[in-house]
Design a protein around this ligand. Structure first.
Ligand SMILES: NC(=O)c1ccc[n+]([C@@H]2O[C@H](COP(=O)([O-])OP(=O)(O)OC[C@H]3O[C@@H](n4cnc5c(N)ncnc54)[C@H](OP(=O)(O)O)[C@@H]3O)[C@@H](O)[C@H]2O)c1
Length: 259
C-alpha cells in the first residue's frame, strides 16, 4: 500500500486517479481549492486518508497546502495534477504572477520544494508543450500581449522540463511527466477524443506500481508508453536556465546554485 497526494482532485483526471487508487487499497490525500469544492467530493474524501485545502494561484496558500500535507506524514508519491487551460487574460496572482504560470508551473515547483520529499513525483504535462518554445525572458507575461494557448503550452513545457531536471538532480527520486491525452473533463470538453480511463491510469501506475517498467525516472509518458518530449525538456542548459528563472520568480531554490 502506498500513500499518495494528488493536487486538483475535486474533478477530472485528479478525481479519477484518486478513486482508482482508493479502490486499489492505497492511502490517498486529496486536495481542493476551497471548502466549497471539498464539499463536492464528500463521498470520495470519506474513503481518503485526508484532504487539504488551498488555492494554487497563491504562493501563501500553496505553502499552507504543503504544511497540511507534511502534517499528515511523508507521502510515497505526489501527483502534480491540478492545472488550468485557456485563461481570458494574464490575470494577477497575489504575488503578481500570470495565473497560468502560477497554477501550472510555480505551484508544483513550490510544492516540490516544500513537501517532504517522496519516492516518486509525477507531473501532468500536455502534448501542447511542444509549442512552448525556448525563450525564457518573458515567462511571466509582463511584456508580451496575452495568448492563452501559448501561455498554457509554455507552462506545460516548463513542468515537463522541471520533471526532467528533478530526475537529473535527485537520483533517489523517480520523477516523470505524463501527457494524459485530450480527454473529456471540464478542461478537455465533452467532445475530447481520448479515453479518460487511459488518461489517468499512467499516473496511478507510475505512482504505485512495482513493475520495473514503472520504476524509471526522467520519462515523458503517454498511455503507459514513453514518448519523445520536445528537445528543450532534456536540454541541460535549458533546464538550468529555467530553474534559475523559477528560483528568481519564487524566491525558493530547489537545487543548490550552480549544481
Ligand atoms: N483534459 C485534457 O484533455 C488534458 C490534456 C492535457 C493535459 N491535461 C492536464 O491534466 C491535468 C488535469 O486536467 P483535467 O482535464 O482533469 O482538468 P479539470 O477537469 O479542469 O480539473 C482540474 C483540477 O485542478 C484544480 N485546480 C485548478 N486550478 C486550481 C487552483 N488555482 N487551486 C487549486 N486547484 C485548482 C481543479 O479544481 P476545481 O474543481 O475547483 O476547478 C480541478 O480539481 C492538468 O494539469 C491539465 O493541464 C489535461
Amino acid at each position: 500500500m502506498s500513500r499518495i497526494f494528488i493536487t486538483g482532485s475535486t474533478d477530472g483526471l485528479g478525481l479519477a486517479a484518486a478513486r482508482t487508487l482508493i479502490r486499489e487499497g492505497h492511502e490517498v490525500v486529496l486536495h481542493a481549492r476551497s471548502r466549497e469544492r471539498a464539499a463536492a467530493i464528500a463521498e470520495t474524501s470519506a474513503a481518503a486518508l485526508g484532504l487539504v485545502i488551498g488555492d494554487l494561484a497563491s504562493a501563501e496558500q500553496t505553502r499552507s497546502i504543503a504544511e497540511q500535507v507534511n502534517a499528515i506524514g511523508r507521502m510515497d508519491a505526489v501527483i502534480h495534477n491540478a492545472g488550468i487551460y485557456l485563461e481570458r487574460s494574464r490575470g494577477e496572482t497575489p504575488e503578481g504572477h500570470a495565473k497560468t504560470l502560477a497554477v501550472n508551473t510555480l505551484a508544483p515547483y513550490l510544492l516540490t520544494a516544500w513537501i517532504t520529499r517522496p519516492d516518486r513525483l509525477i507531473y501532468l504535462t500536455s502534448g501542447m508543450h511542444r509549442s512552448g518554445g525556448s525563450a525564457l525572458d518573458d515567462i511571466d507575461w509582463k511584456k508580451r500581449p496575452w495568448s492563452a494557448s501559448q501561455a498554457y503550452s509554455e507552462s506545460k513545457l516548463y513542468i515537463a522540463t522541471l520533471s526532467a531536471a528533478i530526475a537529473r538532480h535527485w537520483p533517489d527520486v523517480l520523477s516523470n511527466a505524463v501527457d494524459p491525452g485530450w480527454v473529456p473533463t471540464k478542461m478537455g470538453g465533452a467532445g475530447a477524443p481520448d479515453d479518460l480511463e487511459m488518461g489517468h491510469l499512467t499516473q496511478t501506475w507510475l505512482a504505485t506500481s512495482e513493475d520495473e517498467a514503472a520504476k524509471v525516472s526522467g520519462g515523458y509518458w503517454y498511455h503507459r508508453q514513453q514518448r519523445q518530449a520536445a528537445a528543450e525538456v532534456n536540454d541541460v542548459r535549458f533546464q538550468d536556465a529555467l530553474v534559475e528563472r523559477l528560483a528568481g520568480l519564487t524566491g525558493v531554490r530547489l537545487f543548490p546554485q550552480g549544481g
